[in-house]
Design a protein around this ligand. Structure first.
Ligand code: HAM
Length: 426
């Protein structure tokens, strides 16, 4: 038997109903917070990610699905959404329109990671990006939306971690002291970190290795090296979060795994998820558009893994409760009487044209088997049409929830059903 590739998921019913429910929630929140949808290609030129996410990051070094197409172009299945959004923003001239531009996306991303619960090779991200605002209030807005998502799913006890990683100006000064400090204890770091020391020392703080984490416990922190602009941004952000009553923890080692970040970085964690407890991650990227060849244009955003959010929702205080029922099952047994079939199909069609979700048994099994099928489909009502009903001009309606059964004149059955479904008959 052929199997799906490792680290991918088939989303089957009833799980797919929960996906739809969550996607609807995320789209509703996007509207409430005034973000418009953007859809970018699933694959991009590899260079887009190597230049922005960064050559020294785990994503670019180890996790990208990169291939050559038949024309010899080097392409990569997108591992994240920020760089593609920035590319599209610039390429399609949105930078010349009204700013800030607030965009959201919802779609699959691909990373060659070791699969485990909450970590997959194909996963879906919902993300938001605000382009063209240098204001710390945009950071606040983005963080507020992230927190709201967790609240909507009843995830009590999430922790908001924030940090600042400054801008290239303050980082240059910090880098010198940081490298000096690490160079004095190279024996304590893994080979990957020693490589990072040459290419991008701050990435060392990103290492998951316990020994490396211990060895960085007393490194010089970038927050002590901030330039005036970065310090003011950092102070405004924290003042605003405090004035809104939003609790947060400053984690000075939080640098996140992308080179495009500047100033604010943040993560929202929910401990009950275990190892993959970071549900939402984001930050500011004021140099990204310039890196792609545009004029300076600041940006800020976050992304959340939809699978991880669904796992969390299962354990949260407000589990998603999608409506998996149908309004009406039309039961018309195969009596050999053409009139029964015509009336059955006619009613099914009328119900559907009126917007009522309806189904029937194409296998035309016995009454008992059809009733069982209706039950499996979680039909609210069953409309029964047999020879007796045809002879006498009525249709039998059974409420599956309340157990009553009524004979309704065939001519008024559609109105009756519409009223019943809207809650007027029971
Ligand atoms: P990220 O932290 O790499 O950030 O991913 C954001 C979220 O995507 C994670 O918190 C997690 O929920 C989910 N995620 C990441 N990798 C996986 C995986 N392998 N399997 C399942 N879920 C996963 C970004 O991607 C940035 N582009 C976020 C951003 C937007 N920053 C600014 N704007």
């Amino acid at each position: 038997m052929l199997r799906a590739p490792r680290g991918t998921n088939d989303i089957l019913p009833p799980e797919s109903h929960k996906w739809a429910c969550l996607e609807l929630l995320l789209r509703r929140l996007s509207k409430i917070y005034s973000f418009e949808e953007i859809r970018t290609p699933i694959f991009e030129y590899t260079e887009l990610f190597s230049r922005t996410v960064g050559e020294s990051t785990d994503i670019v070094r180890k996790e990208m699905y990169t291939f050559r197409d038949k024309g010899g172009r080097e392409l990569t299945l997108r591992p994240e959404g920020t760089a593609p959004v920035a590319r599209a923003f610039l390429e399609r001239g949105l930078d010349r329109g009204a700013l800030p531009k607030k965009l959201f996306y919802l779609g699959p991303m691909f990373r060659y990671e070791k699969p485990q619960a909450g970590r997959y090779r194909e996963f879906v991200q919902y993300g938001v990006e605000i382009l063209g605002s240098p204001s710390a209030y945009s950071d606040v807005e983005v963080i507020l939306l992230a927190v709201r998502i967790a609240e909507e799913l009843g995830l009590m006890g999430t922790t908001l971690y924030i940090n600042t990683i400054g801008c290239p100006k303050c980082r240059r000064v910090h880098r010198e002291d940081f490298v000096k400090h690490i160079s004095g204890r190279v024996g304590e770091f893994c080979p990957d970190c020693l490589e990072r020391l040459d290419r991008n020392p701050l990435r060392i703080l990103d290492c998951k290795n316990d020994a490396c984490r211990r060895a960085t416990a007393d490194v010089p922190l970038i927050r002590d090296y901030l330039c005036d602009d970065c310090r003011e941004h950092w102070v405004t952000l924290q003042d605003s979060l405090r004035s809104l009553g939003l609790e947060y923890t400053v984690d000075p080692t939080l640098v996140r795994g992308f080179d495009y970040y500047t100033k604010t970085v943040f993560e929202l964690k929910w401990p009950p998820l275990g190892a993959q407890d970071a549900i939402i991650g984001g930050g500011r990227y004021d140099g990204l558009i310039e890196e792609l060849g545009g004029k300076p244009c600041p940006g800020m955003g976050f992304a959340v893994g939809v699978e991880r959010l669904l796992l969390a929702a299962e354990k949260g205080d407000k589990p998603l409760a999608p409506d998996v029922s149908i309004d009406c099952f039309v039961l018309f047994p195969d009596t050999g009487d053409k009139r029964v079939t015509e009336a059955g199909f006619g009613l099914l069609n009328d119900l559907r044209c009126s917007g009522l979700s309806s189904d029937f048994d194409p296998l035309r099994r016995s009454m008992k088997a059809q009733m069982k099928h209706a039950d499996r489909l979680k039909a609210k009502y069953v409309a029964i049409i047999g020879e007796e009903e045809i002879e006498q001009g009525f249709i039998t309606i059974r409420s599956m929830e309340h157990g009553w059964q009524k004979q309704v004149p065939a001519g008024s059955v559609l109105d009756f059903m519409k009223e019943a479904v809207s809650g007027g008959t029971d």
